[in-house]
Each structure stands twice: as C-alpha cells, then as structure tokens.
Design a protein. Sequence first.
Length: 184
Amino acid sequence: MNDKQSKSVFQLAAGLVLSGMLISGHADTAAELHQDSLEALELLYSTNQVADDFGDRAKAVLVFPNIVKAGLVFGGAYGEGVLIQADMAPEYYNSFTGSWGLQAGAQSYGYAVFLMTDAALDYLKDSNGWEVGVGPTVVVMDEGVAANVSSTSIQDDAYAFIFNQQGLMAGVSVEGTKITHIVP
C-alpha cells in the first residue's frame, strides 16, 4: 500500500471511530439524560466522600454520566450532561475534546464539575461554550489531590471529579474540553 492509500485508510478509520463516538455518547431524550446524570452523581457521592462534601457546598453541579473516548493517533471524546442547580430546571450541555498524538483504544467514563462560585456558574451560562483551561479555574480531583483538600479549604472556582472509567485507553483529562449548551 502506498502513502496516499495508507493516509486514506487511516482517515476513513478515524472518521468511523469518531462517528461511532458521537452516536454512543448521545442520550435518547432529555428525561433519560437527566435521570442518567442523577444516578451518576449518586454513584460518585457513594464512592467519594470529598465529592459528596463538595456537592453540599456547590452552587451547581454539571454532570456528564457517559463520555466516550476513542482514538487511533487522532481521537476525541464526546458526551452529554446536565447542569443540576437547586430550585432550577435542568440545563443541558455537551462535552467534546479532540486530540492527536500517540494514542490507541477506547474507553468510557463520567465526570462531574462542581461549580463553587457564582463567577464560574455565570461563565458557564453566559459564554458561548466553555473551554476548560480558559476562564474559571478547574481543579481535577484525582486521589492525590482529594486526600489534601476538604470542602472547608475550597479556594478555586470549580472542581472536576472523573469516575466510572472503563476501557482500554490510558489517561483522562478535561483540559481543552469544550462544554457547550444544547437543547436535546
């Protein structure tokens, strides 16, 4: 196979992987997405006391119950989620990350962003899509960070907890993720 044919085969394979991600990361209805998000948040709370404590103090929580990530040199991650805020109707968002580099595989996971300040909540609602890493500070809470943080020492705008990882792809990051308001 020559270089031009190899490139075409690669582009076709990458396109199929990404289109499959978009289909599997898409919820059927707003009601199902809302229910899935509530169940995912309860799972996170039941397995992570720090997240549960943050939930008590957050202005709102943005929950993505099922992000699908796949890649073969070029990759991406996509899923839909719900902004849960006391006494407010749910709002719906999608999460998309594109990537390239040494990567191969697929995985699914969920994540929740605890919006701790009015500024973070306003930025999410008022911006035309929030690219994580631009705007309010988001701290990703892995086990090491969580061991040294309590809900009484909160200083940053938002905290992200990744949970329920499954699959054969190393590493999850929310840096560079674009979060955009949608109408499901």
